[in-house]
Design a protein around this ligand. Structure first.
Ligand code: GRF
Length: 189
């Protein structure tokens, strides 16, 4: 089986990126980090793990098509075959969707279809539910609507805040994302 070449897309802290890099033996090489925020913490992690980055500012492009064309160019240059979204805060458009159909996955901090979109953890707290979770799914044109690959429940405790619940959700994410990536790489080997 050949080692697959993958890119991670992230906009923020990058704890999931870190978990993927630490996991080892994923049957894929992370050859590029794509980031849309100059000041994102994930960029420091990319330096630490020696992963090349493509950082862009959407404001410097006329349209989503224009910046996605540039991302696509970078992905092709790095021979990227798979894309793992890990806290990338932009909806993926047709340019990237068509190029990476069935080869792009996302992690979301809720048990989808509940609480799609932004602030999924806050949404669960405000809804006063007793359980939420983590979902990994293929990316389609919708907001967190693609085919589900794996899900795990996380209990919401009566005194949970967004911070305490986020911590437990992240623990699950950091375990689940590398495991699902490895499984996908084996299935697509
Ligand atoms: C994670 O909770 C992920 O599910 C969501 O964005 C968050 C990213 O966190 N899509 P981090 O930047 O990986 O710490």
């Amino acid at each position: 089986m050949s080692m697959k070449r993958a890119a991670v897309f992230a906009s923020g802290t990058g704890s999931n990126f870190g978990a993927i890099m630490e996991a080892g033996e994923l049957d894929c090489d992370i050859v590029l980090l794509v980031c849309d925020k100059q000041e994102a913490k994930v960029l420091e992690k990319a330096v630490y793990y020696d992963v090349p980055t493509f950082v862009f500012d959407a404001k410097n492009y006329d349209s989503k098509e224009a910046y996605e064309m540039e991302i696509l160019k970078q992905l092709h240059k790095a021979k990227v075959e798979w894309i793992f979204l890990a806290g990338y805060m932009r909806l993926i458009g047709p340019i990237l969707l068509n190029a990476y159909e069935g080869k792009m996955i996302n992690i979301h901090p809720s048990y989808l279809p509940a609480y799609p979109g932004k602030d999924a953890i806050g949404q669960a707290i405000r809804a006063q539910v007793t359980s939420t979770g983590v979902t990994i799914h293929y990316v389609d044109e919708g907001m967190d609507t693609g085919t589900i690959i794996a899900q795990e429940r996380v209990e919401v405790l009566p005194d949970d805040t967004v911070e305490t619940l986020s911590e437990r959700i992240h623990e699950v994410e950091h375990r689940l994302y590398p495991r699902v990536i490895k499984q996908l790489m084996i299935e697509n080997g």
